[in-house]
Design a protein around this ligand. Structure first.
Ligand code: AMP
Ligand code: ZN
Length: 136
């Protein structure tokens, strides 16, 4: 289902033009308008889901399979030295468009980007506490 006033629904279903690099029944893959690096692209499901929590399992699996295929193709064709997959859920995690999307970000030596975090230094007890919360 499409969602009214969702920009990625409009793009994925062809109501708004985009620089498309791949399309099938389930997905459209477009170049990001504010790219981190040359070739930064977004895998957009045609069916609306706000985020990963709402995404059907089948679509999630197919998105990762497509990411694998496109990352190899883009790495070869663009001469990338590395590749990041990024997927944000929720404003606090950096999601700005509330339609699930998977970022494909080719990386180049000295591209000036930094995608990462500051590592914490948890104790074994803290790690165990978190582990129990997740599996319990
Ligand atoms: P996120 O912060 O994970 O929600 O990512 C949203 C991404 O969508 C950003 O990288 C934006 O540059 C990109 N974006 C927003 N609007 C458009 C658009 N109309 N066409 C292509 N990319 C877009
Ligand atoms: Zn949508």
């Amino acid at each position: 289902m499409k969602k009214d006033n969702c920009i990625f629904c409009k793009i994925a279903n062809g109501d708004i033009p985009s620089k498309t690099i791949y399309e099938d029944e389930m997905f459209k893959v477009i170049l990001d308008l504010g790219p981190a690096t040359k070739g930064h692209a977004l895998i957009l499901p045609k069916e609306h889901a706000d985020n990963l929590y709402e995404l059907p399992e089948e679509t999630a699996g197919a998105a990762m399979k497509l990411a694998k295929k496109l990352s190899v193709q883009m790495k070869d064709k663009l001469g990338a030295d590395g590749f990041n997959l990024v997927q944000n859920n929720g404003e606090v995690a950096g999601q700005t468009v509330m339609h699930f999307h998977l970022h494909l970000i080719p990386r180049y030596q000295n591209d000036g980007q930094r995608i990462g975090w500051t590592p914490g230094e948890p104790t074994q007890e803290e790690l165990e506490d978190i582990r129990q919360k997740i599996v319990g």
